[in-house]
Every structure is written in structure tokens, then in C-alpha cells.
Design a binder for this molecule. Structure first.
Ligand code: SF4
Ligand code: MSK
Length: 643
């Protein structure tokens, strides 16, 4: 069922990554439960859920609407498929936005604690970024000390979460390019005039927009698909231009803005003779400290006493991306690699913070010597060892976690160790600052390359692995196809890890690019596929798009930009897609989002949004056809600009 029809053993319908295929053969042989085996047991999955037409918002339900009209057309309360689908989607956007933004809140609170001296475990590491962000927000910096500026910046960021007035949040107001901001403002006015009701798009408060969704989707409130979708966009914009942007900016200030570096990616970064610690999740505040503390002589000595050569920290998912970009830590893999990593038998500790952590990892770790350590009160998992993280005791807690891993090392069962050898080399760390530095300090060179057609446009690819898609296949094929067409590909998250593992971020990938893009990459000494960071670092893409738009005095919706989340899984991906759309960028999605049960919602998101916002969603299951459609969007926008 899972191996290829030819039975060669090198291919597997579950993953396009040969390293995963190697590990899946072991999983099959040893009967290790995993996401693919559990997915099979879930078949057939509920088609109402897939279409989005199932509602359990109140206890008169659950209600479900058959979209083919062969059953009730309304829930008990009278909610239609359109209402139910729109409400479900809005709740997904709220959950996704909340996850990113709560992450940003913690960074902002830590900045405040560092600025006031309440936390001495962290420092203001990148003061240039501090001054740059503060200046952009309108905070005076001349003649002031860094802690004073940081304190004001922390207050401004914290205020974005909880303020109660109706003004748009300051981060969005100051970072969103002028024309997009004005467009959204005008659109609010037009919608008020045409519908007679308030349909807000500019976010007033990060927390408020998520609470607004929970309120308006409560039993007996908003039943109008348009207003529900508008609020989803507003909440998501609060994430992209607010919570995520705060997370990225503040983490850069506290932990350092990433710089270009070359790293190794895939399970081969695990080392047979080392204490291997996998850090997984999303928030780098703890994991960056673990990497730092692992350099301490006493930790090295303890590892040697335990029989290891050293402590080897490697990353998974977005926590992995964060420490990869800042500290050059090797990357073990993306979401679908999390179980495979433990199956190598060589992971002494897997340390997790929040988001995208399978609860199944605790059970799997218990089959090995692996210490599975949860650290956040927001992500406690039965069966895990919980070591609660407190930012003001970060040094001590990191040492405790590392000692747990070292203590596990001698308990390894050597007969069960299977570390795949393969790693790929990837050049990573393409923040906006680094991209602009490579281009001479301003977006002008990039813009010139786009205007003269050397680069046709830019595609931003984001998102996860999804068990419904062969792991990394869409990431690999779509990315390779786009660069072949002279479209620069940038992105984040598990896509970025998939591209790194596939060698697409290696300089040798220049040869896969079209002639124009290849020449530019060779001249600059960069790959044609740029790793911009973790999920919250999608905000870096917004900043880049904004810089190009402002430079040309255009709206983002006029630029030859397009987005994709080709293996999306999480509610956070819904939020990212929605703020791209709200920012004027068309977004490709695969697998199908749970909206097709509502013709009205489908039409608003795929057609109506194009007229109103410039950005819109489209779905496509074939990577090559998706590349055709993305290129067509770029060419349509180029034609409209007469370039
Ligand atoms: Fe059913 Fe309406 Fe309750 Fe939803 S809110 S479960 S559609 S009665
Ligand atoms: S980790 S949100 S599976 S990208 Fe950011 Fe990967 Fe998606 Fe999580």
C-alpha cells in the first residue's frame, strides 16, 4: 500500500523525502504507530467536516447540512450551510491568529522585563533593530538609552493587544504600505455605504479581533457570510501586521536578527556519539537559551562523563527554524519528521514549547529511552516529563533540561539506533535586512530586476506537511517549477525545511533556475529559494512586499507577487493565507479548505475578494498546474503595470 508499484523500496506514497522513506520502512517493520498509520485508521473521514457544513456551536446540534440538498438545508436554529461554513472558517482564523499573536505577546512582555531590568537572563542583542523598529513606530530615539527605547517599544507592542479604542493598531498603521492602508480604509467606507452596516477590516486590537470572532460566531449572532469573512480577514491582519510582526521584531531585538549562514538539514544531523537534543515547537525564547547553555564547559564535561563526545542540539519545525537562522543549528526536519526523529533511537531528549507538537510523541518516546519534555503550561501532554519554563530562570531551566538529556544518553539501546546518513546543505537566514544588504541596501535593485523582467515576480510559499499530501512532494515540485520560470521563491515554516532538505536552498539549485534568476543568483552568490524563517516570520514577507510597494508608490495588490500554502495543515495557515489575501496577495491552497459546502463563502473567497481586496484564494491539487496558475497571476499583474 505504501511502497511504490515497482517495489523498488526507494519510493513511498507517504513521503517524497528519501530519508523519510528509509525511516518509514523501519516504522513498518517495527510496527511503530505514526501519523500515516493513524490516518488510515481514520478512513473514511467525515465529508460534512471536509466541506465545512457541520456545526456544534450549541447543544441543539451537532447539525449538518448536505450540500447536495439530500437532507435538511438548515440547522435546528435555521443556520444555513453558508453561515455554518463561514462561522467555522472564522473560528479557524481566530485560533490561528491567536496562536501567532500570543507568541508575540510573550516576546513583548519579555522585552518589557529586559528593558526594566526585571529579567537579566536575556539582553537587548540587536540594538540597531531596536532603533529601526522604534523609529518606524514613531518612538523618539535621539539621545535616549536603549533600555528606555525598548521600554517604550514594549509598551507600544503590548498596547496593540489590549487597547480598547477603535484606531487601527500602531504596528499595522506604521508597517503596512500607505496605499494598502488607504485601500482598506476606503473599502470599509464603501462597504458601510453599500450594505448600511459596519464591516471593519483594519484591526483595532489583536486580542479584540479574536474575541470579536468568538462573540460573533456564538449561537445566535452573525449569520452573514460576508461580515464573518471580513472579520476573519481583520483578525488575520491583526496577526500578520500585529502579533506575528511583534514576535519577529522583538525576537530579533532580544535574540539577534538572523544573518545568512549555511546549515545541514535532515535527520542526518543527529550524531551517533553525541547527546542529541531535538528542540521543537515555535517560541525560540527557551530554545535559543538551550543552544547557548549547551556551549557551557560543565555541560560538555557532563556529556563526556556520560560517554558522549558532545551535546548536539538540532531543530524541528519552527523552533528549529528560529535557532537555525540565528544560531546555525542543524535542522532535523519538518512537521512530518517529528515522529521519524524519535524512531531513529538516537534522540536523547525532545524538548517542545508550543504548537504543531503531536500528542502521539509522548507514547512513541516511551518506546525508546527518549525524554519527551514539555515546557509550556499551554502545551502539556500526558506522558511527557514537564519542566515548566520561566523566562526569569531561563539559564537554570535550560541547564536542567540539558542534564535530563545527558542522563538519558547511557540508556540508549544501541541495537535500535538507525540514523539516516543523508543531509542537504542549505543557505538560510534571508531576512529583509539580509536581502537588502545583498542588493546594496535598498529594494531598488530587486525592483529593477522585476521591472526589466529578469525576475518575473516573487512567490511566497508557507505552511506545513499534511498527511493527505505526500510529504514535501508539493513543496519540492512547485518550488522547482517556479524558479525554472524565473520566479524568485521566498518562504517560511515547514515549506522552508522541505525545500532545504531537497537541496533547493543550496547554491547548486541555481542551475535549476531560469536564465534570468540564475544569473542574478550567481552574481549575488545566493540560492534561488530563500529561507526567511518561521511561521511568524511570514511578517518578514509582508515587510518586503511593503518596502517594494512603498518604493514604487503602488499597492501590494498591483505587484507581481503570489502566495501558496501547498501542504497546509493548521489554523495558523488559515490566518497566514487570510492576511496575505487581506494584504492584496492571491494565495494558492492545497489540500482543499473546508469551505466547499458553501457556494457563497467559496465565491467570496475566490472571486469577491479579488474585486474587493486584490488578494483571493484558489485551490489546485497538481503542483505543475499550480505553478501555471501562479505564473499567470504574476504575468497578469505585470501586464497591468505594462512591464
Ligand atoms: Fe445546530 Fe444552529 Fe446549534 Fe449550530 S448553532 S449546532 S446549526 S442549532
Ligand atoms: S511549524 S504551522 S506545521 S509550517 Fe510552524 Fe510547520 Fe505548519 Fe506548524
Amino acid at each position: 500500500m505504501s511502497t511504490c508499484d515497482a517495489g523498488c523500496g526507494k519510493h513511498d506514497h507517504r513521503s517524497a523525502d528519501p530519508v523519510a522513506v528509509e525511516m518509514l520502512a523501519i516504522a513498518d517493520r517495527e510496527q511503530y504507530d505514526n501519523q500515516w498509520s493513524r490516518y488510515e485508521k481514520q478512513q473514511p473521514q467525515c465529508s460534512y467536516g471536509q466541506l465545512g457544513t457541520c456545526c456544534k456551536i450549541c447543544s441543539m446540534g451537532p447539525c449538518r447540512i448536505d450540500p447536495f440538498g439530500e437532507g435538511p438545508t438548515q440547522g435546528v436554529c435555521g443556520a444555513t450551510a453558508d453561515t455554518i461554513v463561514a462561522r467555522n472558517l472564522a473560528r479557524m482564523a481566530a485560533a490561528g491568529s491567536s496562536s501567532h499573536s500570543d507568541h508575540g505577546r510573550k516576546a513583548a512582555l519579555l522585552l518589557k522585563a529586559v528593558a526594566t531590568g526585571a529579567n537579566t537572563n536575556y539582553q537587548l542583542t540587536d540594538t540597531d533593530k531596536l532603533v529601526a523598529v522604534a523609529t518606524r513606530i514613531g518612538i523618539p530615539t535621539e539621545g535616549r538609552g536603549f533600555p528606555e527605547i525598548a521600554n517604550d517599544l514594549a509598551d507600544a507592542a503590548i498596547n496593540c493587544f489590549g487597547k480598547q479604542d477603535d484606531e487601527p493598531i500602531i504596528f499595522l498603521k506604521k508597517f503596512m504600505p500607505k496605499k494598502r492602508y488607504q485601500h482598506l480604509k476606503n473599502l470599509e467606507k464603501t462597504l458601510l455605504e453599500s450594505t448600511g452596516s459596519v464591516i471593519g477590516l483594519l484591526p483595532r486590537g489583536i486580542d479584540r479581533e479574536a474575541v470579536d470572532i468568538l462573540h460573533r460566531t456564538h449561537f445566535g449572532c452573525d449569520a452573514d457570510p460576508l461580515s464573518l469573512i471580513a472579520q476573519s480577514i481583520r483578525c488575520s491582519l491583526a496577526d500578520g501586521w500585529g502579533g506575528s510582526m511583534i514576535a519577529t521584531s522583538v525576537q530579533d531585538i532580544l535574540l539577534g536578527t538572523p544573518t545568512i549562514k549555511t546549515i545541514k538539514a535532515n535527520l542526518g544531523v543527529l550524531e551517533i556519539d553525541s547527546v542529541n537534543v531535538v528542540i521543537h515547537g515555535h517560541e525560540p525564547i527557551l530554545s535559543a537559551k538551550i543552544v547557548e547553555m549547551a556551549q557551557k564547559p560543565e555541560i560538555h564535561q557532563a556529556a563526556v562523563v556520560a560517554g558522549a563526545t558532545r551535546v548536539n542540539i538540532v531543530g524541528l519545525c519552527c523552533t528549529g527554524n528560529e535557532v537555525l537562522l540565528r544560531q546555525g543549528v542543524g535542522m532535523a526536519g519538518n512537521e512530518a519528521h517529528s515522529e521519524l526523529a524519535i524512531m531513529t533511537g538516537a534522540v536523547d531528549a525532545m524538548v517542545v514549547d508550543v504548537q504543531c507538537i503531536y500528542p502521539a510523541l509522548a507514547d512513541l518516546a516511551s518506546c525508546f529511552h527518549t525524554r519527551f519534555i514539555t515546557t509550556s503550561d499551554q502545551a502539556k501532554i500526558p506522558g511527557a516529563v514537564h519542566i515548566q519554563f520561566h523566562e526569569d530562570q531561563a539559564d537554570a531551566i535550560s541547564l536542567k533540561i540539558l542534564n535530563e538529556a545527558i542522563a538519558a544518553f547511557p540508556r540508549r539501546n544501541k541495537n535500535r539506533i538507525n540514523i539516516p546518513e543523508h543531509t542537504a546543505t542549505a543557505m538560510v537566514g534571508f531576512t529583509v535586512e539580509e536581502i537588502l544588504k545583498a542588493l546594496g541596501g535598498t529594494p531598488k535593485s530587486l525592483i529593477d530586476l522585476i521591472l526589466n523582467g529578469t525576475i518575473k515576480g516573487v512567490a511566497g510559499i508557507v505552511g506545513c506537511n499534511n498527511v493527505k499530501v505526500q510529504q514535501d512532494l508539493f513543496h519540492r515540485q512547485l518550488t522547482a517549477e517556479l524558479i525554472k520560470r524565473d520566479i524568485l521563491v521566498i518562504g517560511t515554516g515547514c515549506w522552508a525545511i522541505g525545500a532545504a532538505k531537497a537541496g533547493l536552498m543550496d547554491l547548486s539549485a541555481q542551475e535549476l533556475a531560469g536564465d534570468g534568476l540564475k544569473a542574478v543568483c550567481k552574481q549575488l552568490g545566493i540560492p534561488p529559494v530563500l529561507h526567511m524563517g518561521s511561521c511568524v516570520d511570514c511578517s518578514r514577507m509582508l515587510v518586503l512586499a511593503g518596502a517594494i510597494a512603498d518604493h514604487l508608490d503602488l499597492d501590494i495588490s498591483q505587484l507581481p507577487l503570489v502566495g501558496s500554502a501547498p501542504e497546509w495543515t493548521t489554523e495558523k495557515a488559515v490566518a497566514i493565507g487570510s492576511y496575505f489575501v487581506g494584504s492584496g496577495i492571491p494565495v494558492h491552497l492545497w489540500p482543499l479548505p473546508p469551505i466547499l459546502g458553501s457556494p457563497a463563502v467559496t465565491s467570496i473567497l475566490t472571486e469577491g475578494a479579488k474585486d474587493l481586496l486584490g488578494g483571493y484564494f484558489f485551490v489546485e491539487e497538481d503542483p505543475l498546474v499550480a505553478a501555471d496558475k501562479m505564473e499567470a497571476i504574476i504575468m497578469e499583474r505585470r501586464a497591468a503595470l505594462s512591464i
